[in-house]
Design a protein around this ligand. Sequence first.
Ligand code: AGP
Length: 608
Amino acid sequence: MCGIVGYIGPRQAAGLLVDGLRRMEYRGYDSAGLAIVNGHGVEVVKAAGKLDNLEQRLQGATPTGTLGIGHTRWATHGAPTTTNAHPHTDQSGRIAVIHNGIIENAGALRKALEGRGHVFKSETDTEVLAHLVGELYAGNLEEAVAAALRDVDGAYGLAFVSADEPGVLVAARKGSPLLVGVGDGEFFVASDASALLEHTRSVVYLDDGEMAVLSRDGYRIRNLETDFIDKPVNQIEWDLATIERGGFDHFMLKEIFEQPESLENTLRGHLLDDEGSARVHGLNMTDDELKQINRIVITACGTSWHSALIGEYMLEELARIPVEVEYASEFRYRNPVVDEKTLVIAISQSGETADTLAAIHEAKLRGARTLGLVNVVGSTIAREVDGGLYLRAGPEVGVASTKAFTSQVAALTLVTLRLARLRNLGIMQGRAIIEGLRKIPAQIRQILDRAHEIEALADQFWQSNNALYLGRGVNFPVALEGALKLKEISYIHAEGYPAAEMKHGPIALIDENMPVVFIAPKDTVYGKIVSNIEEVKARGGRVIAIVNERDADMARLTDFCFVIPTTLNVLTPLLTIIPLQLFSYYVALRRGCNVDQPRNLAKSVTVE
Ligand code: AGP
């Protein structure tokens, strides 16, 4: 996730900005830069890669000035290059901006600006902001920024400086965190309190639609309409480590709770409500090419393989295309039947998993079209495939994958919508899916608001040595993922099975010590799940059920029943997985396990 820091005061800005960016390195980034108002212009220094590269460029050539902005970029538009790094400047080079978020109408704005003679240097949506403000600038930066933002759609946390106003720093927030640091005769702006802690604990949190105008003797908060807003000054109580986790005890819990926002970012700009379809330009395939596809292979590892299984259900059900899901480590060594009419989709959070990368190479060797659903922009897999979709879930620090999984399922839903509407999915069905998708983030928030119920459940089961997760249809992969989550962070042996498969062996394991988790939303096979639960109860098993309605059967049969909101069957994995992620987290916590770095595991398996 990008980091923003700005400074105005009596001290030299450059060193303060770099220190502030260092405090935010944990957020993950792939380039960095700063802009300093130096008395006769705006001096911009930036570098791809880590902050060390930026510091190398600053050595012996550090811009002087007491007003400046700095940025670490997590690429969403355009590769992580020096040219794409922030800050970006306007046509005159006298106004600079740094930005977190995604400008949804950047394409249209850029085209209009180019039509008026603006020349762009980068592939980013952020540079459009700089040119827009530059064009509107008439000696008042604050007003030019406010006017520009009225034409901007999307999410932003941003900061502007101008060579012509050395006493002003303008910041604005909509959908991406931003706060003002109130120092002793100096003022800061940052995306994250960790960047300010060594200078001040007094902060003002901006809300969406608000701007902050910092000067050398104070600050003012307003909205885009010009109204002054009186905001309280808060005191930061957290220590640095806690701030880096956003106030959560672990990155995994932070990332579980980020899922409403990460899903909104994955879906942002892709849903075509009227057409009941999805815009997925990144596939780099024309509609005719997409129609030529007669088979799909999805290849991945671990959690990504589980989301692939959900993709199989969606694509076969809605797009009526045969789909095979392959462990990448298996695909790469057998002799798969793949040709130019096969679409091979690689799913990978890191974009660096060796087996998945090798599988893509094999697929390309056989002439298949390859796509990637990847979280890390510019990662190896993202550069190897013919096209794809970035998850835009932000960096996932916890080794156990959570928000990447739900973003993968959302991305697969977008690809499914695109392909299905080119075939036989009706517009009303497409619209229903989009309507359902738009409700998911709020529905996840409803589940997260009841996390304490799952925590209490963990108190009852944390000493178990085994667990069984059972689901049917599109929730069978959720059973697999729930079991993986539990085993990889709590070290309890857990297995996922199709519910009906239980009687072909696993039922022998059932006794009063074995928690059996059923994922059982009301769907076409709900009655059969109830029968499976009765089989477990008859053998003394303890039943935990994730349902979307606590009917008489569930009340009678289950030891614990967690009710989630109702959505379309194909979208239920986006909700049923949330309580299972929380359950594994709280159980692991009770067992004193290292939740963020479980033993023997790596975040990205770049070796065979
Ligand atoms: C998920 O909790 C695991 N950490 C692991 O299975 C992971 O999903 C797998 O290694 C694949 O990683 P990738 O998505 O980065 O390719």
